[in-house]
Design a protein around this ligand. Sequence first.
Ligand SMILES: [Zn+2]
Ligand SMILES: [Zn+2]
Length: 415
Amino acid sequence: MSSDAGKQRTSRELLFLKRMFSSYYRRVKIPPPPDFKYREFGFMLWDKDVMVRHKSFSDAEQLQNFLAEYGPKHAYRSVAYYYDPEASTMESKGWIGADLVFDVDADHLNTPCKMEHDFWVCEHCGAHGRGGKPEQCHKCGSSNIKEFTWICERCLDLAKEEIIKLKDFLIDDFGISPYELKIVYSGHRGYHLHVYSEVVRDLTRDERREMLDYIKGIGLSVSSFYRKSSGVIIFEREGWGGRILKSLENLLRDEDGLTALKDMSEMDRSTLEKLRSYKSVILRGLREESPKIILPKGVGEKTLIKLLAKALKMFEVEVDEPVTIDVHRIIRLENSLHGKTGFRVTEIPLNYLDKFDAFKDAIVFRGEVSIKFLFDCPPLRIGEEVFGPFKRGQKVEVPMALAIFVLARGVAILL
Ligand SMILES: [Zn+2]
Ligand SMILES: [Zn+2]
């Protein structure tokens, strides 16, 4: 393989991708986001690596025509509403308000599968390896290393778990109606959650940050969730208290939870043994009408605080902070295509979230096409079928959706 294999993707592939994206936008109606006339739109096109920003559309057809003409690599729209969305500076746009948005991305989660499916290639000598890229190539010392990320069910499931926790926080603790929430698959490694409500539009950056702190459990003191009354520890069930309680139950109930405490050397063996042999008593106490924590002899409040801190950790939501705080942010346009995957940015009804399957529900391209792989690549599922792994140099006819995914990542070329 030549040293500049990553650059082998020529204008031919880019033109193909642009044509395929355009064909999607000619075929599929893209409903614009609520009050879109007041929003700024931004696009990345295939031929230039610059964002076309400060655009606005006065009707849905205009937007559709733009998408069909340019077949953009990435399409975004603002979370904010402006009097003049086309004005070239933020100051002159006239900010009216902004939806509240959250971004959960597997990139920020510590997913074990990264080691299995992400890989890197040294652009200087061609050396390659799995996982995230090293600072320097171990063979030639070059720092000119290209990283290729992949997606799998496991990373998307982990991201989904986070978005579900987040949804529960917003509904249960902030009183946001499920009808005001929209969950969107990003088309790549994560999910977005939008809150459309008059109540949130005026929130400042600081207020949005405060919400994040609460959701991430920042500054929470576990000792505020219980009180001692004549030697009995009584637990508060409200808000975070209820979550900690639930997570404490999970922690104690399954053996892995207890072992995790030891592995993290948060507890010595004898304390752990005491908790283990006493766990049915503790669990019974937790399930009472006003939950109590009954600790075995020789286990004190210090251990309790460690336990609760661990329980709290399990409910914190890992969200990408800048997305929520930035009230001028642009975020992916719903139903547009993601330029790194060709997957659709998909709106997910709340009652379908559990079942949502990106490898099926976000696939929009049909048919087959022949391609040649430039690198060894991990498998990818399209619909019900898993394709690959693939070998460098392999020529193969694959489903169009898979071809677009690998062409967009620059790991294959058209035959
Ligand atoms: Zn190298
Ligand atoms: Zn994965």
